[in-house]
Structures are given as structure tokens and as C-alpha cells.
Design a protein around this ligand. Structure first.
Ligand code: AHR
Length: 565
């Protein structure tokens, strides 16, 4: 049996008028097949979306690798009977050079370290928490007692490690069950006995993560993503791909393999907006490219990585790699395809298998650059296209139309990309609700012969004041719904779309609005989320005309509609 779904967005004030109109849906005149990837999601580590968000690690700066190595930590001193020294052994261990050396005399005093988490530590009553630490014994005998405390400093869970006897580095683990909940708790390590000890990679995770994977992802957040039934997962961004300068760019190879070898990088959103500064925002890459691929697979979404094309953020530094040094960037793209799809006898395919996934991740889409523009982008893109299309014709490439939905940069990109051969052009719109309503017919008369459209980042920004960040409002959600009827109606050329950004921590955001908000224990989907979900869960297989007096509904009498079978 065929099911016909008509999506109608209407401004409520005119719904009475709208109710008298007759919309004709021509079920026997399919205009386009709806791509299985039509409605997807965009993930970027912004607003504490990864560290402090999706990645369920509760300890901040557990390896003491932030440039201020004690950031997030404070000493607990009772009668000052201890001290902590941060030792840097950069020549021996470039990825994780620092560790903490502690000397304490808890026989006659008390000494410990306390971690603040990501704007507090969320603890759920009855949940098991798994602590682990890399440690080695020094002089004397010093053991660890760990505890979770609530905002008042009251203990709500504790455990002890009494087995640190080895003078070589070893991982020690212990668990406890929380006796109460805390929204903004802390995590304390007390050193018991008298002597010295070295510690590194201090970690605390809930037992129950998404699919209960050890050191995995926050399950309430992944569940919300899974409930969207997204057609694809775009990762890792966004501007984070580009970096503020090239040294700050996202390099996927530094995010795979054993977590200990993943080198910390400043998150570009740390310093991007001085009014929303987040000096404690770093990327540990506990959520790295392997985990992104796995997440895509888990939630049934096609993986859609975006790679750096030898260009840093043009808003920040405009730094580009010189054309004769572009090869390593192209090689990164080739190696990524091998990592995702390659046979396990290949170098990168083997790494994927060693990490636990011998089967291919079935990568078919690859974005080359994020919000790039002008000639310097086109000349770099051409090199990527030439090599990738020759070596991997099975991969569809996505080229960027820049940061705005129109204007000289946008027009230039389109003019050039019509001559080239990307599968998709990635268009971005962060615009007012009025723009979204007005543009519900944007694609009705688009040139059908060029590349397909990937509406790769969009959100309706309903600003109260010109300079302020906007909020998730009913009007913004409704305007997105109106716009999305236009995407659906033109499903022959618009074949992928994603709202952006996805996640935001209520106490640590830099960019608003966002699709899902969370704090340390809870998460909430916005009206904008439910609009995305309505379209995604009612995706259908073919678009059919939904007409009023022979015209598409794209704003007349404030009605917007599309229909699918
Ligand atoms: O979604 C937030 C940012 O908006 C993205 O990082 C960037 O691509 C765009 O400018």
C-alpha cells in the first residue's frame, strides 16, 4: 500500500484561511526519487559537543596536557602535607608528554586533587562509575582513594585502589556506584599513606554508555541522534576542519589508533568569540574518526567526513598550504578512504581492523574543504578532484559554495564548479526566519544540469538584537519547516541536508541556536529538532506535486507544502 505524506507548514494566524483551500496531490506523477540520505545530521565539536558532551569522559584534562597543565584541577590540602609537580618528558612521549608527580604525607595530614569536570560533573544515583588511571609507584607507599562529591562537597560514591606496587607505568581501575545524583559534582582523588606516586590519564566514565561500550559515548545524546533516523552523519564539522591556522586544522590521522597516542589540540571555539570565550576547550579526540564511523554505522547513517583541503579558516587567518606542498593533504584523503573501506591487508585498513572493525565502513561521500572560497580554493579542489576521481571513482565528492547562500563568492564557486565534476555543492544558510520563508521556492528554478545540492549547514536565526545570538524559537522551527518543503519538492537536485550545529551544553556554548541542548545529566530536543524529525521519519520514496491552483505552495497565504509517497 502506498502512503502519501503531505508536509504543510503554515503560519498559525492564517490557518483558518488556509483550511478553505484545496491542495491537489498528484499521486501518479512522481517528480523525483527521494534520496535515502535526504535528511541527515551535522556534528561538530562546538558548544562542548564532543569533550564534555557526546564523549562521556567526565574528567577534564585528565592527562595534564592542557597548556596550563593544572587547568580543571585543584589541590585539596589539609595542613599542606603534599605537593604536585607536573613533569614534562616531551622527548620520550610526544603525544602525551606530561604527568603529575605527587608527594604526600597523609599519615599526618591529607592531600588530594579535585577535578571540576566540564562545568561540573554529572552523576546519576545508582549508576556505576569506572575510574582508571595510569600510575607508577615512587618512594614510600601511597595509594589512591577516589570519590565523587556533589556541589556541597558531600560524598556520593567512593572506591579505593591499594595495589599500586609497580615502579613501572600500569593502568589501574576501580568502580563505585553513586548513592545520590549531582548536576555539578566534582571528582576527588585522595592520596593515602606516605610517599610519592606518578599519575597520568585520569579517567572516569559511567558504566552505561551508548551500547555500553567502555569509554564510550553519552547514551541519552546518541539516542536523540538515532531517533532522527538520519540519512548521513557529517563530521567533524564545520570550521573545526579548517582550524584557525593550518597547525590548528583537524587531522584525522591524529584521532585514530590507541587513545593514548591521540595528541591534544586546542578547540578553535576556545578563542573564536571573546564574548563566549572557553579557555578550557580542547580536543582530546577520545571521539575521533574511528568513533565517528562507528557512530554512523550504529545509527544507520552514511558516513560523510569533511577533510581539510590545505586551507585554514578564511575568516581567521586565510593561511593556505603552498600548491607544491599539497600532496600530504591529498594523501590524507586517499588514506582516509583506505581507513574506511580498505582491505585489512592495507596499512590503514589494518588499523581499522586492529581497532575492532575489520568490515568496511562503506564510505561513499567525501567533502573537500568546509566554507572555502575564491580561486585558492578552486585550484586546490581541482587537484583533489583529479586524484580522487581517478583513484576512487566510487566516492562522490562534495565541494563547498562558501559561507553564504548568495553573493560574489557564492556565484564564483558555482560558476567554477559547473565546469568541474563534484557530485554535490555544499550550500550554507544561517539566515533570518523571513529568509527561510522567502526561500521556500529557492530550488524550484535551479539549473538541473549541474552538481546536486547538499544543504550542508542551515538554521533559522531569529535574532532579538542584531549583535546577539539567537534562540530556538517556534518561528525559527516553522520557517525551517517551510524551507524544507522546498528541499523536498526539489528532491531531484537537493539530495542531502543537515541543520547546524547539532549539540550545545547549556553552560558552555559558543553558538546559538542548536538542535539539542544538554547539561551534565539531561538533554532536551528543540522545536527545530522535531521539525527535522518529522521530515526524516516521513521521508517517503518519491516526491509528488502538491499544488494550489496549479502552483506549488511556497508562501501564498502563508502556506508551504510538499508531498511524498
Ligand atoms: O555551525 C557552526 C559553524 O557555522 C560551522 O563551523 C561553520 O561551517 C559555519 O560557519
Amino acid at each position: 500500500m502506498q502512503k502519501i505524506i503531505v508536509s504543510v507548514a503554515a503560519l498559525l494566524s492564517v490557518i483558518a484561511v488556509a483550511a478553505q483551500k484545496e491542495i491537489k496531490v498528484s499521486v501518479n506523477r512522481p517528480t523525483a526519487a527521494i534520496s535515502p540520505q535526504m535528511w541527515g545530521i551535522f556534528f561538530e565539536d562546538i558548544n562542548f559537543g564532543a569533550d564534555g558532551g557526546l564523549y562521556a569522559e567526565l574528567v577534564k584534562n585528565g592527562s595534564f596536557e592542557f597548556p596550563m597543565p593544572m587547568m580543571g584541577w585543584k589541590e585539596i590540602k589539609q595542613q599542606a602535607m603534599g605537593k604536585t609537580l607536573i613533569i614534562n618528558q616531551g622527548n620520550e612521549n610526544t603525544a602525551n608528554p606530561r604527568y603529575a608527580h605527587i608527594e604526600a604525607d597523609a599519615v599526618s595530614g591529607g592531600y588530594g586533587l579535585s577535578n571540576e569536570g566540564f562545568r561540573g560533573i554529572g552523576i546519576h544515583k545508582g549508576e556505576q562509575y569506572n575510574f582508571s588511571v595510569l600510575a607508577r609507584k615512587g618512594e614510600g607507599d601511597l595509594q589512591l582513594k577516589v570519590e565523587a562529591v556533589n556541589a556541597k562537597g558531600e560524598k556520593i560514591g567512593s572506591a579505593q585502589i591499594t595495589t599500586i606496587t609497580s615502579a613501572s607505568w600500569k593502568t589501574y581501575s576501580v568502580s563505585f556506584t553513586a548513592t545520590d545524583s549531582a548536576q555539578k559534582g566534582r571528582f576527588n582523588i585522595a592520596f593515602e599513606g606516605k610517599g610519592a606516586i606518578d599519575i597520568d590519564r585520569v579517567s572516569l566514565f559511567p558504566q552505561h554508555t551508548w551500547k555500553d561500550r567502555p569509554k564510550g559515548l553519552r547514551k541519552d545524546l546518541v539516542q536523540l541522534l538515532a531517533d532522527l533516523k538520519p540519512g548521513f552523519l557529517r563530521f567533524p564539522g564545520g570550521c573545526i576542519v579548517e582550524g584557525r591556522d593550518l597547525s590548528n586544522r583537524y587531522q584525522w590521522k591524529n584521532t585514530v589508533g590507541i587513545p593514548e597516542a591521540r595528541q591534544l589540540l586546542m578547540n578553535r571555539w576556545n578563542v573564536e568569540f571573546p564574548r563566549r570565550a572557553a579557555p578550557d576547550y580542547y580536543q582530546t579526540f577520545g571521539l575521533g574518526f574511528y568513533e565517528y564511523f562507528l557512530l554512523s554505522e550504529d545509527i544507520g547513517a552514511a558516513p560523510l567526513p569533511i577533510i581539510n583541503c590545505g586551507m585554514a579558516c578564511q575568516f581567521n587567518s586565510s593561511e593556505v598550504v603552498s600548491m607544491n606542498e599539497l600532496d600530504p593533504f591529498v594523501q590524507d584523503a586517499l588514506d582516509l578512504i583506505e581507513f574506511a573501506n580498505g582491505d585489512i591487508t592495507t596499512t590503514w585498513g589494518k588499523l581499522r581492523a586492529d581497532m575492532g572493525h575489520p568490515a568496511s565502513f562503506h564510505l561513499k561521500l567525501l567533502g573537500v574543504g568546509n566554507e572555502q572560497w575564491d580561486e585558492q580554493y578552486i585550484e586546490r579542489y581541482k587537484i583533489f578532484e583529479k586524484v580522487l576521481q581517478q583513484k576512487h571513482p566510487e566516492i562522490q565528492l562534495i565541494a563547498a559554495a562558501g559561507p553564504s547562500p548568495d553573493g560574489p563568492r557564492f556565484d564564483f564557486a558555482w560558476k567554477e564548479f559547473r565546469k568541474l565534476n563534484p557530485g554535490f555543492i555544499d550550500e550554507h544558510y544561517y539566515q533570518s526566519p523571513e529568509w527561510f520563508f522567502r526561500n521556500a521556492g529557492r530550488y524550484d528554478n535551479y539549473d538541473r544540469k549541474g552538481p546536486k545540492i547538499f544543504a550542508g549547514e542551515y538554521a533559522s536565526h531569529n535574532k532579538e538584537e542584531p549583535q546577539a545570538e539567537s534562540r530556538n524559537t517556534w518561528l525559527s522551527a516553522l520557517s525551517e519547516a517551510a524551507f524544507m518543503t522546498g528541499l523536498e519538492r526539489n528532491a531531484d537536485i537537493v539530495q542531502m541536508s543537515s541543520y547546524a550545529p547539532l549539540l550545545a551544553h547549556v553552560d558552555a556554548w559558543q553558538w546559538r541556536p542548536d538542535l539539542v541542548w544538554f547539561d551534565n545529566t539531561r538533554s532536551v530536543a528543540t522545536p527545530n529538532y522535531y521539525v527535522q524529525q518529522l521530515f526524516s521519519l516521513n521521508k517517503g520514496t518519491s516526491a509528488v506535486p502538491a499544488l494550489l491552483n496549479g502552483e506549488p505552495l511556497r508562501g501564498r497565504d502563508s502556506l508551504y507544502a510538499s508531498a511524498v509517497i
